[in-house]
Design a binder for this molecule. Structure first.
Ligand code: MLT
Ligand code: MN
Ligand code: ZN
Length: 303
């Protein structure tokens, strides 16, 4: 299985258009010290030609240019995306669905709770269906589903969604189980497994143990500290109140993830305010000392 980190930033991207926080300033003034990143999404493929997206970001068009996407033969149109697996219905993870409407046929894998929000609250599904056929496959919690290509053939990849601690999107009409999940993608041929958890409010022992069984862990690196946005005067909510476990501190994700035996552990969905985005920062050094990496657009893995 090939995995491409298409976008490693949280909603808003890095630098964020309206932000002059310290990392955004470095990114504009000295981009080599704080590399630009697009909004969170991952692509997975068993054959390097046909891809499944894990979340579809508002930056999806630019991101798809990273995939080898030339048409077979001399076809005029070519859609390299066979389907999209969603972790939740947040805008930064789903606006890309409507931006792929020219595909004519799309497949989505989503929990029933996520599908309902897309249907009735953000209305991304009805709007997209006005342009394209959208087949939605239910992602039942804790059940592995096989990812099939649009022609019905199996891809050799399977996905399992598991609940993670988080609240529903703020525009959701209901709070139903399964509104936010983590994903385990498994290559049935190689047995390689990737965990993708871009939004997670806590890391209990059971979840940690589950992540430890994955070869590659792509985990929520949104905030460095719990009071990051409060300290900058741009929000009155803590990271935990926004359902993002901070990276640092004795109960933060870094101390927990440092213990895992996984081959690769990489932070993604990184908010533009997070100081670990700056290459020569002490925060970056602390992440790397613990054996983790700070995600960057274009990182590739083979499992
Ligand atoms: C989040 O990651 O918490 C959400 O994407 C928030 C947002 O959309 O602003
Ligand atoms: Mn987000
Ligand atoms: Zn910023």
């Amino acid at each position: 299985m090939q995995i491409v980190l298409l976008g490693a930033a949280a909603g808003g991207g890095f630098p964020q258009w309206n932000c002059w926080c310290p990392p955004c300033r470095v990114a504009r003034q000295d981009p080599a010290r704080a590399r630009h990143r697009s909004q969170s999404s991952v692509a997975v493929s068993a054959d390097g030609q046909r891809w499944f997206l894990l979340n579809a970001s508002p930056d999806v068009h630019g991101q798809l240019a990273r995939l080898q996407a030339a048409p077979p033969g001399n076809a005029t149109r070519h859609v390299p995306v066979e389907g999209i697996v969603l972790t939740d219905a947040e805008l930064d993870h789903t606006l890309g669905v409507v931006l792929l409407r020219e595909a004519r046929a799309l497949q989505l894998w989503a929990t029933d709770a996520v599908r309902r929000v897309l249907e009735s609250d953000s209305r991304i599904l009805p709007v997209t269906r006005a342009f394209a056929e959208v087949r939605v496959h239910e992602l039942a919690l804790e059940h592995e589903a096989r990812l099939g290509y649009r022609d019905g053939c199996p891809s050799g990849l399977a996905v399992l969604g598991f609940p993670v601690p988080a609240g529903p999107p703020r525009f959701a009409g209901e709070d139903r189980p399964g509104h936010t999940v983590g994903l385990l993608i498994r290559d049935e041929a190689t047995g390689g497994t990737c965990a993708f958890v871009p939004g997670c409010g806590g890391l209990g022992d059971r979840l940690l143990e589950r992540l430890g069984r994955a070869d590659l862990v792509l985990f929520d690196g949104t905030f460095w500290t719990d009071d990051e946005l409060i300290g900058l005067g741009i929000s009155d909510r803590t990271a935990r109140q926004m359902d993002h476990l901070p990276v640092s501190g004795p109960d933060g994700s870094l101390a927990r993830l440092a213990r895992l035996p996984s081959r690769d552990r990489v932070y993604t969905h990184i908010n533009n305010t997070n100081p670990m985005l700056v290459e020569d920062s002490p925060e970056r050094a602390a992440v790397e000392r613990a054996g983790l990496r700070v995600g960057l657009d274009g990182m590739r893995f083979t499992l």
